[in-house]
Design a protein around this ligand. Structure first.
Ligand SMILES: Cc1cc2nc3c(=O)[nH]c(=O)nc-3n(C[C@H](O)[C@H](O)[C@H](O)COP(=O)(O)OP(=O)(O)OC[C@H]3O[C@@H](n4cnc5c(N)ncnc54)[C@H](O)[C@@H]3O)c2cc1C
Length: 462
């Protein structure tokens, strides 16, 4: 194993997968994570002795990259596949929308529009080439495929719920992917199936972390990278509150605005302002632990503009409640700009705000059912995938030699997700390992910092 290390900033699934891939290729890694725990947006908290995701998480059955990783870790037996029920809340009623038959029974639409809705789903899944969709908004495309009526009842509320003020800007490519992925995640009977890991996403992150360490890598939580040390246009180390850590290469996995902050002193201004062109929504999730169930639906899309959350996800209609000592787990999710009132409410304010809405949706619901609640917020939770998004995506190589970038907003044409974080993390690791091998063969061409450079970098900390 080489004595020159790659520092990876961020122990989300991208950073962990990159460290795993580099370790397999004999490259030493150090992962720096500013949170106390690994996992990033797919991180967890404790409910009793069990880990539960702060933000609801599942995989689709066709999420190939996570499946490959789990196989390589020898942990395929830890993945469980389960049928799930999807519904839609509309005009004070809940409608099931898990199967083609459910679509035919969806009375808010006239029969002809129900048929249009079914045909739309099939036509969307049949699209293979996404490039022509880049020039269309989701609205333009969905109206073209299914008509305005179907759009206004089914898709517009979902777009507005998820993207708020950006709803009209969202690209057709983003929506096509959602329809394709969700529609393709089915078991043999045609019913929707989703996948989960025993012990939750925290258990998989831990499994990867153990493997990274077995391969010689290190993971340091509670350590924020505060800047880069760059000498003669090439990275030499990473600044942390404890001092500078020397590095031959650095991989940044944070959201793009945070990457721009780190590169600002070292990269041309047009480059960093380009990084800031992609906008992000925040997310707030109210997680309720209840003494009984709200409904038998796992995933309830809310198409009622009077209800302030975009989804009600009853996690224990997917992972059994016994895992959490019989408690029922319900997430209420809202994507929103960080300036939105709901993002700024205290945890208790958000709970008080949500209760009357929940009572309207589930008339039997009583707040005495609530055993505990938690609120989780993520400032950078969803990049806005607008028209011609491919032109906004920055390359993996940055203007600073030895600094690479693999961030959630580069996932495209798919939408961000742990499956793609793993794919991208492993792909960038392969490029870094190849560049290091080239540099080792032609030491005069690319100047790794070596002993002198590293010492200089450490000195810069003082
Ligand atoms: C509400 C919600 C629901 C979701 N549901 C699903 C789902 O069902 N299935 C699915 O697969 N995906 C889901 N996702 C998406 C998924 O969580 C992300 O796509 C994925 O976790 C991104 O991983 P990442 O490693 O690219 O980024 P992140 O998870 O954002 O990791 C970046 C890491 O960098 C760290 N960091 C940032 N700055 C610094 C610094 N200066 N120094 C050190 N560390 C730093 C952060 O703390 C973080 O841990 C969901 C996301 C949200 C918000």
């Amino acid at each position: 194993m080489s004595d020159q290390q790659v520092i990876i900033i961020g122990a989300g699934f991208c950073g962990l997968a990159a460290a795993f891939e580099l370790g397999r290729r004999g490259v030493r890694t150090l992962v720096l994570e500013r949170d106390a725990e690994i996992g990033g947006l797919a991180g967890s908290f404790k409910v009793g002795d069990e880990s539960l995701e702060k933000f609801y998480h599942h995989w689709f059955t066709n999420d190939r990259h996570v499946n490959d990783l789990v196989q390589e870790l020898g942990a395929a037996d830890q993945v469980v596949y389960r049928p799930t029920r999807t519904g839609m809340y509309f005009a004070n009623q809940t409608f099931r929308l898990s199967s083609p038959l459910d679509v035919l029974r969806f009375t808010p639409l006239r029969l002809i529009d129900r048929i249009r809705l079914g045909v739309l789903a099939l036509r969307a899944r049949a699209v293979k080439d996404w490039q022509p969709l880049e020039d269309m908004t989701a609205e333009e495309w969905l109206v073209k495929l299914g008509g305005r009526n179907v759009f206004e009842v089914v898709w517009q509320p979902l777009l507005e719920g998820k993207f708020g003020p950006y709803a009209r800007d969202v690209s057709a490519v983003w929506f096509w992917n959602k329809l394709k992925l969700r529609g393709g995640s089915r078991g043999k009977s045609g019913a929707e199936m989703l996948a989960y890991y025993r012990g939750g996403f925290a258990a998989l992150a831990e499994r990867v972390a153990v493997e990274v360490q077995r391969l010689g890598g290190k993971i340091r939580t509670g350590t924020e990278a505060t800047g880069l040390v760059v000498q003669d246009g090439r990275v030499a180390g990473v600044r942390t509150p404890e001092g500078v850590i020397p590095a031959q290469a650095v991989l940044l996995t944070q959201p793009l605005p945070l990457v721009a902050d780190m590169l600002e002193p070292h990269a041309p201004a047009p480059y960093t302002s380009r990084l800031r062109q992609i906008e992000y929504l925040a997310n707030v999730c109210l997680v309720l632990q209840l003494d009984r169930s709200l409904s038998d639906t796992y995933w309830l899309n809310v198409n009622d503009p009077g209800f302030p959350f975009v989804g009600v996800i009853e996690h224990t209609n997917f992972e059994p409640a016994e895992t959490y000592g019989g408690r029922r787990i319900v997430y209420l999710s809202k994507y929103l700009p960080e300036t939105h009132d709901m993002y700024r409410m205290s945890d208790d304010e958000l709970l008080r705000f949500a209760i009357p809405h929940l009572k309207r949706m589930f008339p039997a619901f009583d707040e005495r059912w609530i055993l505990a609640h938690n609120v989780w917020r993520a400032r950078f939770s969803q990049p806005i995938v607008a028209k011609r998004y491919s032109q906004l995506i920055p390359p993996v190589e940055t203007p600073v030699d030895g600094v690479y970038l693999s961030s959630m907003a580069q996932v495209y044409p798919e939408d961000r997700g742990t499956n793609y974080a793993i794919r991208e993390g492993r792909a960038v690791a392969q490029r870094i390992a190849a560049a290091m091998a080239d540099a080792a063969q032609a030491p005069g061409k690319a100047q790794p910092p070596g002993a002198a450079g590293a010492a200089g970098a450490a000195g810069a900390a003082a």
